[in-house]
Design a protein around this ligand. Sequence first.
Ligand code: NAI
Ligand code: A1CAB
Length: 268
Amino acid sequence: MVRLAFVGAGQMAEALAKGFIAKKVVTSSKINAYDISEARRRVFAEELGCKVHDSNDSAVANCDVAILAVKPQYLGATARTVSPESWDNKLVLSIAAGVTIETLKGLLPPSARVVRIMPNTPCLVGESASAIAASEEVTPSDVELVKSLFATVGMTISVEESFLDAVTGLSGSGPAYVFLMIEALSDGGVRSGLPRPVATKLAAQTVMGAAKMVLETGRHPGELKDMVTSPAGTTIAGVHALEDHGTRAAFIDAVYKATLRSKELSKL
Ligand SMILES: NC(=O)C1=CN([C@@H]2O[C@H](COP(=O)(O)OP(=O)(O)OC[C@H]3O[C@@H](n4cnc5c(N)ncnc54)[C@H](O)[C@@H]3O)[C@@H](O)[C@H]2O)C=CC1
Ligand SMILES: O=C(O)[C@@H]1CCC=N1
């Protein structure tokens, strides 16, 4: 079984570790971790049962695959806390938004093989969307290993590295847009008289069901929308309100602005 190391044990590292443990792809005893925050080290040791180290160097020295899971702004300084000997020959996965393979290579010895991956928090429930871009020296078996690891917590897709900023703006950040949408739909239900727990359950199930229809039927979302929309019915009244408030443009802009921010992060 592969030995992992999380360099940074924050929200995303926790979501991934919990997903991997739940799917039994890695046991908690094979997960090494370090975080500068004692509170985060405690979560990994006490809640997840992982091997928590007293430095990034020690965590990486004891792994086959290291996952860089600190904020992009801290990646350079953090990578330098690990000695070249500990990085030697490691497969290094970076989930940091915006930080390019070129930058990552500049932080690591030549023997380290670098893969960028952009997952999202639904990995916690086995429904992540992870896009993978590997550097040239990464072997096909490395790519297979990464894919098989992340496939246990959702779907994986290989992309050109140049697509990763847009992936980050869409699926990396996307769960936040959808949570906001579910919260707002639930508010609409409450505004119309539903009790909050009923409204939130109906809103979340509706989003999940609609997403499943897109994925499983392969039909265009517009066609599926038309199937709901009766002439002079309720749905067209709701759709008109959404169009009136510029909802489509708001979603397009949300993804675009997040993509631009990912590009900005690559320059920090
Ligand atoms: N939160 C999300 O939904 C997603 C986040 N990402 C990426 O994952 C990375 C982590 O994001 P989050 O987990 O949300 O942030 P977070 O702030 O929850 O976790 C980062 C952790 O790194 C630790 N840290 C900082 N400096 C360190 C050092 N020198 N050594 C060890 N640990 C150190 C912090 O104490 C913190 O616990 C970011 O690069 C982000 O772009 C990628 C996909 C989705
Ligand atoms: O907000 C962020 O910067 C990170 C990257 C993708 C999701 N969360």
